[in-house]
Write a protein that binds this ligand. Structure first.
Ligand SMILES: [Zn+2]
Length: 421
């Protein structure tokens, strides 16, 4: 059974993608994994339990057998938010921000916000990157009063350059460098650069008359990240198990460490030890792309497919798209549904309504670099890309149990026959 309190702690400690990777790193170190560098190719193929970090993405692996394939689960550590550019203003000190990913603007209004990410600071060696979490209620984006916009409830258009600037102080003397320097106890002149984002200060909580629901920031995709990390750590691999957590899914994955990069390919090749072995191992490999799915909305059931719309507490969602934005096909579905059946986990199917194009995720993108059978799955949730999202408590455990079984399995492909061992 997955530990919900531990999940909530994980979310609280992970206000930015950099913090997510740091939390996974700490969890792996605690379980005897060792960090290796991309510079040290030989260390990858020694059959040990290792992880490697490329910028803000992390890949961990365990299992000594090189006679079977890679069992890979991939998810993403970034969430839609606002990237902070600089401070501005005179009467009020505000933050100039820029949207990161496809976020719902209005969900960020009138809420306590803070700032987290990483900064480059001066060091004797040249420069050093440091994690930053200001960790106090430092900002708010005020909405316009109804008296100044009488038609607000007819729908309001929010401009990120004008309407979404958070106030951080009264008076214009406060700068971002001052805030960072005070937090890190350094001189503002020593702050060179930053990748900082807003985050909602509300904590994850259980809601519902019977405590059935979780309301929390960043459920997409930290619920998949957490469930896959816990399953990966707990499982005994039959082949080589791989946990991949990529940054930048929300902005298309095309960064040096995103799912469209060479990171997964390079890591698997190094684990295999040779190009020949790598290609052999791919034939019995499988990729699970784990990212949240849309549940049918209780107030708007018409927005979902009438026959294939997942419900909260309905179990793991397997996602299909005719145009292959999701990687699932009958073959990969047959494998993963069998795994779920063995785990005793309920499964439901998602398809887009035929006239509403849905989203996409990292499975298809990763598949262009590492071409193996793959399935797109997720936990059903409401309000995807809101600053606060809702899912069912039990679905988190279903995801964990399904992935635990997946990581305890190996597959062997022989033409039309698939051995699921
Ligand atoms: Zn996602």
């Amino acid at each position: 059974m997955i530990n919900t309190e531990k999940f909530f702690e994980f979310i609280k400690k992970s206000p930015s993608q950099y913090h997510v990777t740091e939390e996974i790193k700490n969890a792996l170190l605690e379980k005897g994994f060792t960090e290796i560098s991309e510079r040290d190719t030989r260390a990858f193929s020694d059959g040990g339990k290792h992880f490697v970090i490329r910028d803000s993405s992390i890949i961990a692996f365990s299992g000594s057998s090189r006679d079977s394939g890679f069992m890979i689960c991939a998810s993403h550590n970034d969430s839609p938010t606002f990237k902070v550019k600089n401070t501005r203003g005179e009467k009020y000190a505000s933050l100039a921000v820029e949207p990161y990913g496809g976020l719902i603007y209005y969900s960020w209004l009138d809420r306590p916000l803070s700032i987290a990410g990483r900064v480059g600071v001066e060091a004797d060696s040249g420069a050093e990157m440091k994690l930053v979490n200001i960790d106090r209620d430092i900002a708010v984006i005020p909405s316009v009063a109804i008296h100044m916009n009488r038609t607000v409830n007819d729908g309001v258009k929010l401009n990120p350059a004008k309407d979404m600037l958070p106030i951080i102080a009264l008076g214009g003397s406060c700068t971002l460098a001052d805030i960072i320097a005070e937090h890190l106890e350094i001189n503002p002149d020593e702050v060179i650069s930053h990748d900082l984002y807003l985050y909602l200060r509300e904590e994850p909580r259980i809601i519902g008359n019977n405590g059935e629901l979780i309301l929390s920031p960043r459920l997409d995709d930290l619920s998949s990240v957490f469930a896959s990390t816990e399953a990966f750590i707990s499982a005994k691999p039959k082949g080589v198990n791989v946990l991949a957590v990529f940054d930048n899914e929300e902005v298309g994955s095309s960064t040096k460490q995103g799912a469209a990069s060479t990171f997964l390919h390079d890591t698997l090749l190094r684990i295999a030890g040779s190009e020949e072995k790598y290609l052999e191992m791919l034939t019995d490999s499988f990729l699970v792309s784990a990212d949240n799915a849309h549940a049918a909305h209780p107030n708007h059931p018409e927005l979902s497919d009438p026959d294939n719309s997942p419900l909260l507490d309905g179990g793991v969602v397997i996602k299909y798209n005719a145009n292959q934005k999701y990687t699932t096909d009958a073959r990969s579905d047959a494998i993963f549904r069998t795994v779920c059946k063995r785990a005793g986990v309920k499964v439901q199917t998602y398809t887009n309504r035929a006239d509403l194009p849905g989203g996409s995720t990292l499975g298809q993108i990763a598949g262009t670099k590492v071409s193996v059978p793959a399935v797109d799955i997720g936990i059903a949730q409401l309000a995807m890309h809101s600053s606060n999202e809702t899912m069912a408590l039990k679905d988190l455990d279903s995801m964990y149990q399904a992935l635990l079984e997946f990581y305890s399995t190996k597959i062997h492909n022989e033409g039309k026959s698939i051995k699921i061992i």
